[in-house]
Each structure stands twice: as structure tokens, then as C-alpha cells.
Design a protein around this ligand. Structure first.
Ligand SMILES: [Fe+2]
Length: 176
């Protein structure tokens, strides 16, 4: 059976993660690597769910989520990870060799704009941003995020988005 592009993306992403793990300890990271990895696992599932519900291409959404925080995973730096990630993501996708230029442009664009949570984008941008916010919100309410204060700030900044998601998916908002 032919290996899926999502499965290949997981392998490619894992190579980057392992390389980064060897070169950078948690003391040099704004977010511990374990938290970043659990976050990626969370957003992949949430974005797939949202994509299916909203009639979007879940393969593109899933692959984007696997790669969307690579700028931070590789460098350990939160600020500007949405600018560092896109060229890296482009290189990885080009090297994988089974994406059209349009698909690469779309995934790269989604990586670049995933932090613009205060803006309303196209349905794909919204799916990525919503999944990102939802994972951090859910992680926060489950108590596994290390720093509560920045989390509260993040949630209040993205309140509107969380309220819309609560309505769309039918859950009740819990304060962390
Ligand atoms: Fe993220």
C-alpha cells in the first residue's frame, strides 16, 4: 500500500523534532519540547474534526498542523515562530516531492498566518487558528499547561473565538 502524505509528513516532522531535541535543551526553549509535542498531537485531531465538520480538505489541514509550530520547535523561540516556520515548511514539503505548488503555497501561508487570531481569514486559516486556540484552551482547563497567568491572558485575548467554538461544537466554557 502506498504511504499517505500525512504519514510521510509525520516522519519528516519527527526528523526535525529529533534534530532539535539533540541541539536544544528545555532551558533554551520558551516552551518545553514535551508541551509543544503534546500540543501538536492535540491540534492535529482538533483541526481534523473541524475540517470534517466544515467540509474542508482534512489532509491539508492535518499536514499543516503537524508542521505549523516547527519554527518554534526548531529554534525554541516563541516570538516570530510564525515567520521562522514558513521557509522551513516550504523546504520540507518540496523535499517530500508529492505536493503541487498550490498545495505548498497554501500550507506555507497557513503556517505564516496561524497566529493572527484577532483576524478573520479564509475557511482554512480559520480552521487552523480555531484548532490552535481550542487545544490551548482545553489544555489549560485540563491543567497541564505550566504557566497559568499567560494562559489566562491567552484565553481572554481569544475569548470570542472560544465562544464561537463552544457554540459550534456544543461545549460549556470552563475557566482555567
Ligand atoms: Fe500551535
Amino acid at each position: 500500500m502506498k504511504e499517505s502524505r500525512t504519514s510521510k509528513a509525520v516522519t519528516v516532522a519527527w526528523d526535525v523534532i529529533v534534530k532539535s531535541m539533540k541541539s536544544l535543551g528545555d532551558g533554551d526553549r520558551d516552551v518545553p519540547l514535551a508541551q509543544d509535542l503534546f500540543h501538536v498531537m492535540g491540534v492535529v485531531k482538533l483541526a481534523t474534526l473541524l475540517a470534517n465538520k466544515r467540509g474542508l480538505n482534512s489532509e491539508i489541514v492535518t499536514i499543516t498542523m503537524i508542521l505549523h509550530d516547527h519554527g518554534r520547535i526548531l529554534t525554541g523561540v516563541w516570538d516570530g515562530h510564525d515567520a521562522i516556520g514558513p521557509p522551513l515548511v516550504r523546504r520540507l514539503l518540496e523535499r517530500m516531492g508529492d505536493f503541487t505548488p498550490e498545495e505548498i503555497d497554501l500550507i506555507v501561508k497557513l503556517t505564516r498566518t496561524h497566529r493572527q487570531k484577532d483576524q478573520i481569514g479564509d475557511p482554512y486559516e480559520e480552521c487552523i487558528r480555531d484548532a490552535d486556540v481550542l487545544d490551548i484552551y482545553l489544555g489549560g482547563t485540563a491543567g497541564w499547561t505550566r504557566e497559568v497567568e499567560p494562559l489566562r491572558e491567552y484565553i481572554s485575548k481569544n475569548r470570542r473565538r472560544i465562544e464561537n467554538l463552544a457554540e459550534e461544537l456544543g461545549f460549556r466554557i470552563i475557566e482555567p
